[in-house]
Structure formats: C-alpha cells, structure tokens
Design a binder for this molecule. Structure first.
Ligand SMILES: Nc1ncnc2c1ncn2[C@@H]1O[C@H](COP(=O)(O)OP(=O)(O)OP(=O)(O)O)[C@@H](O)[C@H]1O
Length: 310
C-alpha cells in the first residue's frame, strides 16, 4: 500500500506536485496517468526517496521508503531503465544489486529467466536495445520479490510480445496481492492492464477511480443508427438538445437520445431501422476529456501537408 498525504514538490518557482493525496491499494494494478510534466515521475521519485517532498508525506506499507530495513524486498522500482553501468553485463549488474541487498544469486538467475534475458545475460548493458534495457530494468525491480512495484513507462520500447508479457506479469503480481503502480502514455495498453487509475494534471489529482468508472463517466449517449431513410430520420430527430451527424450514406450518429427513444420515434413515423448501436468510448477518449484543461505542452502548428515547404 502506498499512501500520499498533501504531497508537494517545488523546484524553485515551479510547483511540480501540488499537495496531492492518494492511496495505491494492494491486489490491483493502479495506472498513473497524466500529460507530460503533470508530476508523475516526480511523485514516483518521492515515493522511493529519490526526491524529498517540499511538504506532505508518502509511505510504503506504513513507512517512508528509506526506513524499510530491506527496501528491495519491499518495493521494486523501474524509473530509468538507462540507469545501468554500460560496461557491466546484465548478470553482473543484477548480481551487484543482489549482493548489496543480501539476495541470493539463485534469484538473479530466476529474474533473468522470467524477463527473457537468458540469451543476453552475459552481454554488456551498454549494447542493449531500448527493449532489452527495459527488460533488465524490470528484472532489477523484481529482484527482491517485492510486495510493491513502481514502474515508470515499463513497456516503452518493448516489442508486442514484450508488451503482452509485461501486462500478464503485472496482472499476475497484483492477483497475488501485491501493490502495482504503473505509469504509461499508451492508453490502449493501460485499458488492458489497470483496474484503478490516478490521473494527474498540473501537479494535482484530477481523477482517482476504477478505470471502468472513468470510462463510463465520460460516456456521452451517442447511438449509431443504420436506416435506408437517412434524410427523413434526420428531420424527425433534429430538435433542441439532440445532435444528428451523418457517418455513411445509410448511417447516422445521434447524441442526446437513447436507443429506445430513437426506435420509438422511428416506429411511430414508419421509418425502418437496420441497426441501433450505442457508441462505446475508449479510455483514450475519457482521458482526453479529463485532461483537456491540464495539457501544458500542446502543438498548435498546422500538420504538414503534401507539397508543403520543407
Ligand atoms: N529536477 C527538476 N528541476 C526543475 N524542474 C523539474 C525537475 N524535475 C521535474 N521538473 C518539472 O516538474 C514538472 C513535473 O515533471 P515530471 O517529470 O514529474 O512530469 P511527468 O508527469 O513525469 O511528465 P512526463 O510524462 O513527461 O514524464 C515539469 O514541469 C518538470 O519540468
């Protein structure tokens, strides 16, 4: 369990994290989302004592990280996959970590095996691809068999097989009752991995709820309707509070009326309907709505077009 209370970090004039409070519970995967610069990495660094809060507190299983006697057994962390000595082999790096923390070398071989690094365990980390570096970072995080895992962008650079592997691993670790905090900008992946979401914007918590609830809250009642009488149905349904837009020659999107309302209106006007499907919103849609006001770094330049100047 990770508990933050009034957690604040200022860098000079810049408030990176602005008095946030949240709880990351065991047994579920908690996704940590937010636009660039929202304060996710700073928060994760404060959780593991790499940054000191300007105000507030954060504990892992009831204590500040630094006060745990065996921190690697308590919290496994992947914050910067490049933070490995490039001249050391993957195995040497893991053995060095293990030796410092009293972890047996059998565990090193086990994490090398489960992260798929066996064939490159004796290669220098400096020659690793981005994805292999991520795997080594994850192996490092798993070394102490920790109760809590904090992973900043773990699927960054992984191939599709690696992405599925991380998803399966994190879900299995949470199912064992561990606490898993995961940041990623990949909404489609987050939608498949996380149960709970904490969304930051400009250093503040803008949502903290089950993923399903966040997606459901963003649902607008848009229904896709298929009919041979597009013009007649459009004229029938267009009224204050209702929006009707054309999708295909025989398809309309109707917002502001339920599927039943549309079916009843069409039936009473003798208009045939061939399809009536509520449009599902994705986590990406919900996220974009939530963070619309909190995006600091946005491009306003027009997209280049063919034949444009170079
Ligand atoms: N060491 C530092 N000195 C000064 N400002 C910093 C420092 N570290 C972070 N910041 C600023 O604090 C804010 C939050 O940064 P942080 O890296 O925590 O955001 P993030 O949500 O992890 O972003 P991203 O998605 O881009 O990784 C940013 O405006 C950043 O520029």
């Amino acid at each position: 369990m990770i508990e933050a209370m009034g957690l604040t970090k200022k860098y000079g004039e810049k408030t990176a994290v602005d008095g946030i409070s949240f709880t990351v519970r065991p047994g579920v995967v908690t996704g940590f989302l937010g636009p660039n610069g929202a304060g996710k990495s700073t928060t994760m660094r404060m959780i593991v004592g790499l940054d000191r809060p300007t105000a507030g507190t954060v504990t892992v299983n009831g204590r500040p990280y630094a006060q745990h006697r065996a921190p690697l057994g308590e919290v496994g962390v992947l914050l910067d996959a490049k933070g490995v000595h490039p001249g050391r082999t993957a195995r040497e790096h893991l053995v060095a970590q293990a030796t410092t923390h009293g972890i047996r070398s059998r565990r090193v071989d086990h994490v090398i095996e489960i992260t798929g690094l066996a064939s490159v365990a004796h290669k220098r980390a400096g020659t690793f691809s981005l994805g292999m570096g991520q795997r080594l970072g994850i192996a490092n995080a798993l070394l102490g068999d920790p109760h809590t895992l904090i992973l900043d962008e773990p699927v960054n650079g992984l191939d599709p097989e690696g992405v599925v592997w991380v998803r399966t691993l994190l879900r299995a670790l949470a199912a064992e009752g561990r606490t898993v905090l995961l940041s990623s900008h990949l909404m489609s992946e987050m939608a498949l991995t996380a149960d709970q979401l904490i969304v930051l914007g400009r250093g503040q918590v803008i949502a903290d709820a089950p993923l399903k609830e966040i997606v459901a809250r963003a649902q607008t009642t848009t229904v896709r309707v298929r009919t041979p009488a597009v013009a007649a149905l459009t004229a029938l349904l267009r009224r204050p509070g209702t929006e009707v837009t054309s999708v295909e020659a025989d398809e309309l999107d109707v917002t502001g009326l339920s599927a039943q309302d549309i079916a009843d209106a069409a039936a009473s006007a003798g208009i045939a309907l061939y399809g009536l499907t509520p449009v599902q919103q994705s986590l990406e849609d919900a996220y974009m709505q939530l963070t619309a006001e909190a995006v600091e770094y946005r491009s306003f330049a027009p997209l280049p077009t063919a034949g444009g100047s170079r």
